[in-house]
Write a protein that binds this ligand. Structure first.
Ligand SMILES: [Zn+2]
Ligand SMILES: [Zn+2]
Length: 739
C-alpha cells in the first residue's frame, strides 16, 4: 500500500518513527519527505500492514500534528528492505522549520539514567524533542546551518545520527558530554563547568541569590519564589515594580498546589510547547503576582531545568525574561553580561549559541478553547492561517506587543513576540525579525505587499515607508476583528465585530478603542457604533494614570461629589487633569474602552500610577472575580453610542453609599457583557459576535459574554487578542483586498 501523511510531520522525527514501525512489523518499502507530506510505500502481509497503519495512525511522535492520513492500494514491487529515501525536490522551505520542543520522555529517562552516556547532559535531545527554531541560522534545516555547526560530532554521536533505526537519526542538535556544548557558571573571577556548575547554581538559588540562566530562546532571571526578599530584590534591580512574574515548578503535582488546574489547563501546561499557563492562584507568593487573580506557571522544558530541580533548586522558581523593564529578552552572552551585570549575582552560561530570541509563550485555558496571550517559544514559527492570496505579504503589526506576519503561498506565519517598539533595542529586534523572516522564507522584498497600521507616527509605519514595494495601511481595530476571522477562514461571513482596547488610531484621527463594526472580511468593515467619546487629557500619557483618564470620562457627569474626599481620595493629578479638560489643553477625543476600565478602577480605589499596560483593568477584574453575580448597571446604546454616563453615575452613587467594591466591579463587568451583546443584537441581529482587542484578555468578561452569546461568540484562539494578533488581521485584510 501507499500512504501520504500531511500536517506537521517534518523535522519532528516522523521518518525514523515510520522506519521503526516498519521494522517492528516486518514491513518492506520506503519512506520519504515530499513537498506535500510524508510518503510511504509498504509491503507485507495483510495483518502486518494493518498493524503498521495502526501504529502510524495511533502513536505518532509527540511533536507531530497529523492533518491528513491517506491509504491507497499499490502494486507489489518486491522490496528487499525498508529504507529512508532522500527527499525529493527542494520542497517549500515553509514546511521545514518546527518550533522548539520540550524534552521528550525518552530523553528525560536517559538524562537521569547513570548507565546512559548522556546521564546529566544538559543539551540532550533527539528527533522527538529539543531546539529547532532557536538554533536555525539558514535553510534547509541541517546541522551546518544551525548553531551546532561549531560542535563536530564524536564517533558515537555520528553513528546514532546516521542510523535510521536510532531515535537520533538526523537529529540536527545531537551532542553528548564528549563532543557537545555544556553549561558554565560565571561568578566574578570564578567559573565552573558541567554538573558542578549546575549544582552550584541550585545551591545559590536556595540561598536567595538571583541568577541569569541561559535557556532555549534567551536568558531568564531566576530566584526562589518563596523567598520574599529575593523576589523584592529582583523587582528592585529589574525596575519592575508590580508586573507579575511567572514561576516554574518541577512537575504537575507542584503546579496543582499553586494554581487551580482544570483538565484543559493541565493539558496546556504539559503540552509540548510548554507555555506559561495562567490559572487562578491558590496560594499567595509574596511579591510574585501582586493584586492578580491568576498566576503564570510553567513546567521544565529544557533538560537544564530538570537538572536544576534534581540538584535541589527551590521547587518554585521565579523565571522571568532577562532584560531591563520592557526591553527585549537578552539572548547573546556578551549582551547579557553587559545589560544584566547589576541585576544577576551570577550567570549560568550555555555554550550553545541562540540564533534568535524567543520569550516564553503565555496562554490560558478556558473551557471553550485555549487563548494565547503571547506567541513565542514552542509556538513560533507556525503557519496559523491559510489566506486566499498567492502574493507575498509582510504585515508589520502595531507598536505595542509587536509581532509581524509573513504570508508565503497563502500560508500566514506570525513571528514570535517582539515587544514594545518605543524602546530602541526593541526597534532593532523588530527590524531583525523582519529581515530574519524574509530570509527564512526566501521572500524578496521587492515582491512584498507591505501592510502597516494606519497610525502615521507608529515606529512600524515609519519603518514600512522605508521598504520598497506596494503599501497598504489598515485601521487598528479592523485588524483586530480580522484576526479572529482569519483564524477561522471566514472570508465572506457577515459579522458584527467588537474591538475594545486601550488605544488605536481611528479613521477620523481620534483615539479609538471601543468600536463596533458590521461587514465581512471581503466586503470590509463599517464602523456601526462605538463607546461614547470622552475628552482625554494628556492623550496616551493618560493611560498611565487612571485618575487622569477618569477626569475625561467623568467630565460629562452632573452632580459629582468631591472625588478628593473619602471614599475616593483622588490625588491632585485629578484636579489638574480636569483643568486641562476645561481649558481644552492637550486634550484629545477618545472612545477607548481601556480608559473606561481605568476610570472605574480609579473610582473603586486604584488611584496610583499604573506600572504596566493594563494593570488597572487587571486589578479591577481581580476585584470583580471575588464577587458572585450581581445586577448590571444601565449601559445602553444611544444613537449608536454606548452611553457610559448612567453607568458611571450609578457606580459613583454606589460607592458613596458604601457598597462593597467587589460587587461594584462585578456589576461593571456584567454591564459591559450585557451592553456588548445587546448592541450587537441591534446592529446585526443573529450574526456572529467577533470580539478582539486587549480588553478581551479579561477572563471574567469573556466568561460572561460566553454565558450570554454561547457559540455566537467568536474570540481569538491562535493569536493574542491584544496587539500581538494585529499583524495576522492586517495580513488577512490585505489578502482579501488583493485576492
Ligand atoms: Zn528526546
Ligand atoms: Zn557526542
Amino acid at each position: 500500500m501507499r500512504l501520504r501523511i500531511t500536517g506537521v510531520v517534518q523535522g519532528v522525527g516522523f521518518r525514523p518513527f515510520v522506519y521503526r514501525a516498519a521494522e517492528e512489523n516486518g514491513i518492506l518499502g520506503w519512506v520519504l519527505n515530499g513537498e506535500d507530506g510524508v510518503h510511504v510505500v509498504a509491503e507485507g502481509s495483510e495483518i502486518a500492514l494493518a498493524r503498521f497503519v495502526d501504529t502510524l495512525r495511533d502513536r505518532p511522535p509527540p511533536a507531530a500534528l497529523v492533518a491528513g492520513f491517506e491509504v491507497m492500494p499499490a502494486e507489489v514491487a518486491g522490496f528487499a528492505a525498508f529504507e529512508i529515501r532522500e527527499s525529493t525536490g527542494d520542497g517549500a522551505p515553509t514546511v521545514r522549520i518546527s518550533p522548539d520542543l520540550a524534552i521528550c520522555d525518552d530523553c528525560l529517562r536517559e538524562l537521569f539514567d547513570p548507565a546512559d552516556r548522556r546521564f546529566g547532559y544538559p543539551y540532550i535531545n533527539c528527533t522527538n524533542c529539543g531546539p529547532r527554531y532557536s538554533i536555525v541560522v539558514g535553510l534547509p534545516y541541517d546541522r551546518p546551518l544551525t548553531t551546532m555547526a561549531e560542535w563536530p560530532m564524536c564517533a558515537p554521536c555520528e553513528r546514532e545520527y546516521h542510523d535510521p533505526s536510532n531515535r537520533r537519526f538526523h537529529a540536527q542538535p545531537i551532542a553528548c558530554h564528549a563532543c557537545g556544548p555544556n553549561y558554565v557558571l560565571r561568578e566574578g573571577e570564578h567559573s565552573l563547568r558541567g554538573t558542578e556548575a549546575i549544582a552550584a547554581v541550585a545551591a545559590r538559588l536556595r540561598a536567595g541569590a538571583i541568577l541569569a540562566i541561559k535557556g532555549i530562546g534567551g536568558y531568564h532571571l531566576a530566584c526562589d519564589a518563596r523567598n520574599p526578599s529575593a523576589v523584592a530584590t529582583l523587582r528592585e534591580r529589574k525596575y519592575r515594580k508590580e508586573r507579575p512574574f511567572a514561576v516554574m515548578v518541577p512537575d504537575l503535582a507542584r503546579a496543582r498546589a499553586l494554581v487551580e488546574l482544570s483538565p484543559e489547563a493541565q493539558t496546556l501546561l504539559a503540552s509540548i510547547a510548554r507555555p506559561i499557563t495562567l490559572a487562578p492562584a491558590r496560594l499567595l507568593l509574596e511579591g510574585v503576582a501582586p493584586d492578580n487573580r491568576e498566576l503564570g506557571v510553567m513546567l521544565p522544558y529544557a533538560p537544564l531545568h530538570h537538572l536544576l530541580f534534581a540538584h535541589g533548586a527551590p521547587d518554585v522558581l521565579v523565571l522571568t525574561s532577562a532584560n531591563r523593564s520592557s526591553e527585549p529578552i537578552a539572548y547573546e552572552d556578551e549582551d547579557a553580561f553587559e545589560s544584566l551585570s547589576g541585576i544577576a549575582d551570577a550567570f549560568l552560561v550555555g555554550e550553545r549559541r541562540i540564533a534568535r530570541r524567543l520569550d516564553d509563550s503565555v496562554a490560558r485555558a478556558t473551557a471553550h478553547a485555549p487563548a494565547i496571550l503571547r506567541r513565542a517559544r514552542g509556538l513560533a514559527p507556525q503557519a496559523i492561517a491559510t489566506l486566499p492570496s498567492t502574493r507575498p505579504i509582510l504585515a508589520l503589526g502595531a507598536d505595542l506587543k509587536n509581532a509581524i506576519a509573513l504570508v508565503v503561498d497563502g500560508q500566514a506565519f506570525v513571528s514570535q513576540h517582539v515587544g514594545d517598539l518605543d524602546h530602541f533595542p526593541a526597534r532593532c529586534a523588530f527590524e531583525e525579525t523582519v529581515r530574519d523572516m524574509c530570509a527564512m522564507y526566501e521572500v524578496r522584498s521587492e515582491d512584498l505587499l507591505v501592510v502597516h497600521d494606519a497610525h502615521p507616527q507608529y515606529v512600524s509605519t515609519v519603518y514600512a515607508e522605508s521598504l520598497p514595494g506596494e503599501h497598504l495601511a489598515v485601521q487598528h481595530h479592523r485588524a483586530h476583528v480580522a484576526s479572529v476571522l482569519a483564524e477561522r477562514a471566514e472570508w465572506d461571513r457577515d459579522v458584527v465585530g467588537v474591538a475594545f482596547d486601550g488605544t488605536g488610531f481611528g479613521d477620523d484621527g481620534t483615539i479609538w478603542g471601543g468600536e463596533f463594526f458590521v461587514g465581512s472580511l471581503r466586503r470590509g468593515f463599517v464602523r456601526a457604533a462605538h463607546l461614547r467619546t470622552a475628552p482625554l487629557p494628556g492623550g496616551d500619557a493618560a493611560a498611565r494614570f487612571p485618575v487622569q483618564a477618569s477626569a475625561g470620562f467623568l467630565w460629562a457627569l452632573d452632580d459629582l461629589p468631591d472625588l478628593e474626599a473619602p471614599p475616593f481620595l483622588f490625588p491632585q493629578r485629578y484636579a489638574s487633569a480636569r483643568e486641562m479638560v476645561r481649558k481644552g489643553l492637550r486634550t484629545f477625543t477618545t472612545s477607548s474602552a481601556g480608559r473606561l476600565f481605568d476610570t472605574v478602577a480609579a473610582l473603586l480605589g486604584f488611584t496610583r500610577e499604573s506600572t504596566f499596560e493594563g494593570q488597572a483593568a487587571m486589578w479591577l477584574e481581580h476585584l470583580a472575580a471575588a464577587s458572585g453575580p450581581v445586577a448590571a448597571y444601565p449601559f445602553d446604546l444611544l444613537e449608536r453610542q454606548l452611553d457610559y454616563r448612567p453607568l458611571l453615575a450609578a457606580i459613583v452613587a454606589d460607592r458613596v453609599r458604601g457598597r462593597d467594591v467587589r460587587a461594584i466591579a462585578r456589576g461593571f463587568h456584567e454591564s459591559l457583557a450585557d451592553a456588548i451583546v445587546a448592541a450587537c443584537e441591534v446592529l446585526a441581529s443573529g450574526n456572529p459576535i467577533v470580539v478582539s482587542g486587549g480588553v478581551f484578555q479579561n477572563r471574567l468578561l469573556l466568561e460572561l459574554l460566553r454565558e450570554r452569546a454561547g457559540e455566537r461568540l467568536w474570540a481569538n484562539e491562535r493569536v493574542p487578542a491584544n496587539d500581538g494578533g494585529i499583524s495576522l488581521g492586517q495580513a488577512a485584510i490585505a489578502a482579501l483586498a488583493h485576492a
